[in-house]
Design a protein around this ligand. Structure first.
Ligand code: GLP
Length: 245
């Protein structure tokens, strides 16, 4: 896996936004997989700036968000859809041609997951999948477990993940839904190009495990070692525990 280390989260975000701009210039109809979380916020800010100054045009792209909470409506302040609207889509003069989200209020969750897989296939698959990294090693909402789901699925969230997402729910862990929908590991690994972005010292242990350790469902991000075109973009703090590069 290619590893890139930057002096700061801002430097990583700038370089990543420039990388997005190059990819979209080469293929204006790029299909992009997007994460939420604190980590990609500087990237979304940079992309908004590039869009305002016409250095990137996302109007022909298609996006698929990785995951969504179960049981909260799309306009709920804690929903990932609202997060994406606030941090990226509402900031763009011309939004992506198609924006896809999982619907966490669907009556039949298994059916909703199948619908999402079909929509990704119909779009021709994901060209560029951006990922964050959960402090426990999750990607999307693929939580550490004895076995992982391949396809998009409903999952029960760990207490630590609910705590990590409490900021979206007024700081109250108990207010964070207990369940979520997420692309599966195969959905993610089928993307043609995967970039995982991790910044901050609290991710350092997971980053080291993911890159220097074995491939294990106990650290879902370690599955990226199996991908032909996966990159890990880090700031110095997140890279601080790497033993070999
Ligand atoms: C959530 C999301 C993940 C994200 C993770 C990390 O749990 N489901 O997709 O990668 O948070 O969040 P942060 O970037 O805030 O550390």
């Amino acid at each position: 896996m290619r590893i890139r280390i930057f002096s700061s989260p801002r430097a990583a975000a700038r370089a990543l936004a420039a990388c997005f701009a190059r990819e979209v210039a080469a293929n204006p109809r790029l299909v992009i997989g997007l994460p939420t979380g604190r980590t990609p916020i500087p990237l979304y800010t940079e992309l908004s700036v590039l869009a305002r100054t016409r250095r990137i045009d996302l109007s022909q792209t298609t996006t698929f968000n990785l995951d969504e909470f179960v049981g909260i409506p799309r306009d709920h302040p804690g929903s990932y859809r609202r997060f994406m609207q606030a941090h990226l889509f509402d900031q763009l003069a011309s939004r992506p041609r198609r924006i896809h989200f999982l619907n966490g209020t669907a009556k039949d969750l298994a059916r909703e997951c199948r619908r999402y897989e079909r929509a990704i296939a119909r779009a021709g698959g994901i060209d560029l999948q951006l990922l964050g990294l959960g402090a426990n090693g999750h990607v999307g909402f693929n939580e550490p477990a004895a076995a992982l789901h391949a396809d998009t699925h409903a999952i029960r969230l760990t207490r630590s993940t609910r705590r990590a997402n409490a900021g979206l729910f007024g700081g109250r862990t108990d207010a964070v839904p207990e369940q979520a929908l997420s692309m599966g590991m195969a959905t993610i690994l089928h993307a043609r190009h995967v970039i995982l972005l991790a910044t901050g010292g609290e991710k350092a242990r997971c980053v080291a495990g993911m890159l220097n350790g074995t491939v294990t469902p106990r650290l879902p991000a370690s599955f990226l070692q199996l991908h032909r075109h996966a990159e890990v973009w880090l700031d110095r703090a997140a890279a601080s525990r790497l033993t070999r590069r």
